[in-house]
Design a protein. Structure first.
Lengths: 430, 430
C-alpha cells in the first residue's frame, strides 16, 4: 500500500455543523456537482444522487436556478399514466472559459463552456519581432474575432487564462523569456486584464501543456506528471498531486538553465557536426516550431520536409532527431530524478519530429534513472497549451462554484482579480 | 497576488448536511482540534471556540472523554461566588509517536506525545558492516531501552516511523541504498512492523529531515522546501505545498544519480588534488558523518580536528569544504531549478563542517538559478531525521483523528497497517 498522503486533505478551517451557512454551502455545492457531473435528471433522482431529502434538494435547486446555474428541460413524454416529471440540468452555457496560447509565432484561442466542451477557437500569426504592445494588440484582435465567430459574449467569460513561453511571476508578469524579444518584463496578466471584467491568469506554456495532458491527453489519471515541451528551447512543467507546481517565483521546471542539461539552444545542438548552414538550420527549426496543422499522425515526414529545405536529407534528419534526444536526455532524466513522476509526456513543436524523438528519449533517459520512468508522446499536438489554459480558467471558476470551507474573501490569494467573480454576484455562494 | 492553487482543496467526496454521521464527525473533529490547539478551557469557552451550542459541545466532549482523548482537570479555585467551572483539556498522553533514525553508523530514537512534545529518546551505535538482521535486532533492542527509559508503554504507541538512507518504496522496502551494505531489498516496514501493533512507516532520511525542518527547524512557515542532506552521499528531500513529495517509486530527490550533479562519492571528490591518503580521508569523512554530539555551534573546529587527523591542516580543511561546495553546487541548483522552492535547507552530517559549507553553497548556487533562492543551514543538527520521523508518525495519527470526509476504510492507501488504528477502535470516529 502506498504511503503517500491522501490527495485531498481536510480544509484548514474546520467545518462544523453548528453554522447553518456552512450547511447551506455544503448542500449547494454537492447538488451543483451532482447535477453537473451526473447529467440531466428529475428532482427525485437528484435528491437520491446527493443524499438529501426531496424538499431540501428542491430548495437548493431553486437557488441554483435563480443563480442561472441550473435549468429546467422540457419533460420527456410520459411512458405511463400521470404527468411526466420535470427534468433539470446544469446550465453549462451559463459561463465560459477562454484559453489563449501566445506562442512566439502564433496565437491560438479556445473557448469552452463550464463543462469544458469546446465552443470554438481561432488562430492567427504573430510577428516574433513585433514590440510587446503590438503583440498584445494582435492578441486582443484575435479575441474579438474568436468571440464573434463562436457567438460567445464577452460578459459570458468567467475566467481567462493565457500561456506564454518564459517564466511567469505569480502576478502574471513575464520575468524571463529567451524566445520572444522584448517580452521580458511585460505585465501580461494586467495588460490582458484590461480587456476583460473576469479574472485573467497567465501561466508558462509548458505548465499549461502539463495540465492539458492530464485533462484530455496522455496523462489522464496520473497525478504526478512532468511535461516536456520541446521546442527551440525545451521547457518543462510539472503536476504534483494532480495540481500544477509553479514554484515560489513561477520558475519550477527551468532545469534547462544548466547548460549541461541540453535543453537550450536546440538549433546550435542540431547543427553541430553537420555541414548545415546555421542560418538555414535556424530557419528550418523555426519552421518546425511554428508550423500549424494540429496533432497529425506520423509526422516525421513533416520534419523531413522542413529539414530537407535546410539542406538535410531524410537519413540526416533522423540522425538529427537522435542527436537531439541524446542531448535532451540528461535534462529530462534530471527532472525525472528530482520528482520521480508517474509519467513524462513529451510534447511541443519538436514532437512533430515524430515518434522517433520519444522512443530515442525512452532509450536514453531510462538508464539514467532509478525508477522505471514511463515516457509517452503528447496526444494533443499544438492544442495542448490552449486547452491547458482553458483548464486553468475552469479551475479558477470551479474554485468559486464549489467553495464550501470559507466564504469568498477579497484577500484570497488564488489569483489576480480573484474577487471579480464574487463581486459580480453571479457565482457567489448564497 | 500569487496564483498558486489553495493549499487545501475540497474533499473529493462532497460533504453534505443531509447525513447526520457527517455532522457528528465534523463536530467531533472541530471540537478535538479546538481543544488540542487552543489549550485547556471550560465547556463554555470550548463551545465559543468551536462555534457550537453548549449542549452540542457537551455531547461531543463526553464522547471525546469516553475515547480517552479529552480529560477533566481539577477546577481552578473560584475567584468569585459559586462553584468554579470544570476545565477540560486534550489528553496528549493518550497516545505516542515513535521516530527512529536508522543511519549507517547509528540509531537515534525520539518518543513524543500526541502534541509532539518530546518525552524522551535514545541513541546507540550500529555496525555498518553487520547484516540486515543484526541491524534490525539492534534497532529493536534500542526501542526496548528507549521505551523503558521514557516510561512509555508499547501499546501507547499509535504510530511509528523510521528513516533510512536510500530509496524507500511505497510499501516500506529499501529498494536502493549505496551507504549500508546489504540494506538494499530489506522490507524494513514489514520487519519493524513485527514489533508493533500500530502502523509502521518507513521513509528516506532526507525526506524526513525536510519534514523536521518545516516542523521545528529552519523552514517553519515555508510550504515548498528542498532539504539537502549532506553526507558521504548527498540526498535531497522536498516538501511541496507543505507535504512530503515522495514520487511514484519513493525516489524523488535522487538527482545525485547523475554524476555531474556532484552529490555522490564525496570522499573521492574531497581528496582530488590533495596529498591526502584516500583511506585516511575516507576514515576522516566517515568520522565526520558518524560523529555524535548534536547541533553544536561553530563546528568548523570539529571538522578541522577530524580532517587534521587525516593529514589536513586547518587551511586545507577550509579549502576542502570550499571544494565540496563547488562540487555540490550544480546538483543543488538543479533541484532548485526543477522545483523553485521557497527555501533550501542544508543539513546532514557534513553541515557540521560549519557555516562555511552553507555560505559557499549560497555563493555558487545562486548564479546558476533564475530566482533568488534562499539557502539556510539546518537548525536541528543530527536530530532532524528522528524528529521528521515523529512528525510523519503524528501526521498518520492526525489523519485518523481528524478524518471527516469519509469513514475509516481498510482499503485506505495511506500506509502499511493503515487499518490498525481503526481496528483498535481507539481513535475511530464515533
Amino acid at each position: 500500500m502506498p504511503q503517500r498522503p491522501p490527495q485531498r486533505p481536510l480544509p484548514s478551517r474546520p467545518l462544523h455543523g453548528g453554522d447553518p451557512s456552512v450547511l447551506r454551502r455544503l448542500n449547494s455545492a454537492a447538488t451543483l456537482r451532482a447535477l453537473r457531473d451526473g447529467g440531466e435528471c428529475t428532482l427525485s433522482e437528484l435528491a437520491r444522487r446527493v443524499g438529501l431529502s426531496r424538499p431540501t434538494t428542491e430548495g437548493v435547486l431553486g437557488e441554483l436556478i435563480d443563480r442561472g446555474l441550473a435549468g429546467q428541460d422540457a419533460p420527456r413524454p410520459g411512458t405511463g399514466l400521470g404527468r411526466p416529471a420535470r427534468r433539470y440540468r446544469f446550465r453549462a452555457e451559463a459561463g465560459h472559459a477562454l484559453g489563449i496560447d501566445i506562442d512566439a509565432h502564433r496565437v491560438r484561442l479556445v473557448v469552452a463552456d463550464l463543462t469544458g466542451a469546446v465552443a470554438g477557437g481561432h488562430r492567427a500569426d504573430l510577428d516574433v519581432q513585433a514590440p510587446p504592445g503590438e503583440r498584445i494588440a494582435a492578441v486582443r484582435a484575435s479575441v474579438r474575432t474568436c468571440l464573434a465567430a463562436t457567438g460567445v459574449e464577452r460578459r459570458s467569460l468567467w475566467a481567462v487564462a493565457a500561456g506564454t513561453p518564459g517564466v511567469v511571476a505569480p502576478d502574471g508578469t513575464v520575468t524571463s523569456c529567451t524566445v520572444v524579444p522584448g517580452w521580458e518584463g511585460v505585465r501580461l496578466a494586467r495588460e490582458l486584464g484590461r480587456s476583460f471584467s473576469c479574472p485573467v491568469l497567465v501561466e508558462n506554456d509548458a505548465n499549461l501543456a502539463a495540465m492539458a495532458e492530464r485533462w484530455r491527453g496522455a496523462a489522464r489519471d496520473a497525478d504526478d506528471v512532468v511535461c516536456v515541451h520541446a521546442g527551440l528551447h525545451t521547457g518543462m512543467g510539472a503536476l504534483i498531486g494532480g495540481r500544477l507546481h509553479r514554484g515560489r517565483w513561477g520558475a519550477a521546471g527551468e532545469i534547462g538553465m544548466l547548460p549541461e542539461m541540453g535543453l537550450r539552444d536546440t538549433t546550435a545542438a542540431l547543427i553541430t557536426g553537420t555541414d548545415v548552414d546555421p542560418e538555414a538550420a535556424s530557419t528550418a527549426l523555426a519552421g518546425l516550431a511554428s508550423a500549424g496543422g494540429g496533432s497529425g499522425g506520423p509526422a516525421l515526414d513533416h520534419a523531413e520536409r522542413v529539414l530537407e529545405a535546410a539542406g538535410w536529407g531524410a537519413a540526416e534528419a533522423t540522425a538529427v532527431v537522435e542527436r537531439l534526444a541524446a542531448r535532451m536526455a540528461r535534462g529530462v532524466a534530471a527532472m525525472a530524478l528530482a520528482l520521480d513522476p508517474e509519467m513524462i509526456v513529451v510534447g511541443g513543436p519538436l514532437v512533430r519530429a515524430g515518434d522517433l524523438l520519444v522512443s530515442e528519449l525512452r532509450r536514453r533517459v531510462r538508464p539514467l534513472c532509478l525508477s522505471p520512468v514511463r515516457i509517452e508522446a503528447s496526444e494533443l499536438g499544438d492544442e495542448a497549451v490552449g486547452l491547458g489554459a482553458v483548464r486553468l480558467a475552469l479551475d479558477r471558476i470551479d474554485e468559486d462554484l464549489f467553495r464550501v470551507d470559507r466564504p469568498s474573501d477579497p484577500s484570497d490569494p488564488s489569483g489576480p482579480g480573484a474577487s471579480d467573480l464574487s463581486e459580480s454576484g453571479e457565482v457567489r455562494q448564497a
